[in-house]
Design a protein around this ligand. Sequence first.
Ligand SMILES: Nc1nc2c(ncn2[C@@H]2O[C@H](COP(=O)(O)OP(=O)(O)O)[C@@H](O)[C@H]2O)c(=O)[nH]1
Ligand SMILES: [Mg+2]
Length: 443
Amino acid sequence: MSESTDTIAAIATPPGRGGVGIIRLSGPKAARIGEAIIGKLPKPRYATLADFCSAAGEMIDHGLALYFPAPNSFTGEDVIELQAHGGPVVLDMILKASLGLGARMARPGEFSERAFHNDKLDLAQAEAIADLIDSNSETAARAALRSLDGEFSNTINQLLEKLIHLRMYVESAIDFPEEEIDFLSDGKVEQLLNQIHQATQAVFHSAKQGSILCEGITLVIAGKPNAGKSSLMNRLAKREAAIVTNIPGTTRDVLREAINLDGIPLHLVDTAGLRESDDIVEQQGIERARKEIEHADIILHLIDCTAENSDDNSLVDLPENIPCIDVYNKIDIVQPKNIGNPNSILVSAKTGDGLLELQKKIKTIIGINDNNEGLFSARRRHLNALERTLSHIETGRQWLNQKAGELLAEELKIAQDCLSEITGEFTSDDLLGEIFSSFCVGK
Ligand SMILES: Nc1nc2c(ncn2[C@@H]2O[C@H](COP(=O)(O)OP(=O)(O)O)[C@@H](O)[C@H]2O)c(=O)[nH]1
Ligand SMILES: [Mg+2]
């Protein structure tokens, strides 16, 4: 029996006890198995009160049964949903009865995978379901719903349409070599190519915002010992996560806290103070701090206003390509002198002064506006595909400058394939397997 004609079954509700627990079945035998468990197939799409029995005919529970005949179901196949009492033993018994009647256990994400193969949703929409389930804030949930409703996919499809149109145009020119050169020089191809490049960049920007909502931003707090890094971390996390003392070199290991800034997940990282040290443990801590700093999305460079040599940051040496906010701390004691960087914020980790400004600054750097209007969820995978699309469009532009029509057409073809990976039109089975296996069972 081929995989796709198997009938799959899973407990779709989370493990544990609850008022209701749901068993889902999908595939060609779903209706027959459902009928065997409840005695009679329910009227399609009507909730029907039924007794649930084992394969041997023993009563297990009673509850509601629903029948969605193909193709009008989530998976596009015959689907049966049995809503029983939500106890693990009851649900296990019903699942066992289904398996005894010819279903097999569903793999994680297999219902969504079938929905994808039956064109019920595209890959970006299927991923949005998982993102909606995993969302940690209302903002993230709303963005995931927009992607599930196809907002992201529509944007990608519009872009694809433009790209395909241009490709056709270029390829038709190649077919008439005598005219090719004139054709490539008349400015129209260049104009279309530039439009597509801009549109792709705009989609990349929106997708980046969406991916931040799903995956968050890593903020690394760095600076000299005793600047108040751990105090700031505790303030932001609203708990005493890190040990704070007036002894320089207190924090030796990397500490992490996950917080939520108006719907944006922030991964806070507190690090050992950067200085020369003879202590082996502290040296290793500093090495770890440097590694964390390199992987930061944003660095909070903490500066102690009360320290005598607060402007000497020669040992701090932060990477220049990562956005950095200079945070002058301890303003409850003294106001800082000589603030050079316009990206500076004055705070007191002790009193909480300036924290709102700091949070506002972080949001400005992330580039997410307050209302999060129109954001859709996206993943790193999508950003990567968009980046590759952009790079092939750019290479295509170079070939256009050299009037190399065939090479331009080839780059446009690859750009189209990269873009199609997002909705799954052009995606390897391995990648599909990887994506769906990260979903939950029963989805
Ligand atoms: N007055 C004042 N003291 C602070 C402030 N932030 C931290 N401290 C003190 O500075 C010392 C070092 O703080 P800590 O958070 O351990 O600094 P770290 O080494 O950078 O992690 C501790 O004694 C803190 O109580 C602040 O905003 N105002
Ligand atoms: Mg510390």
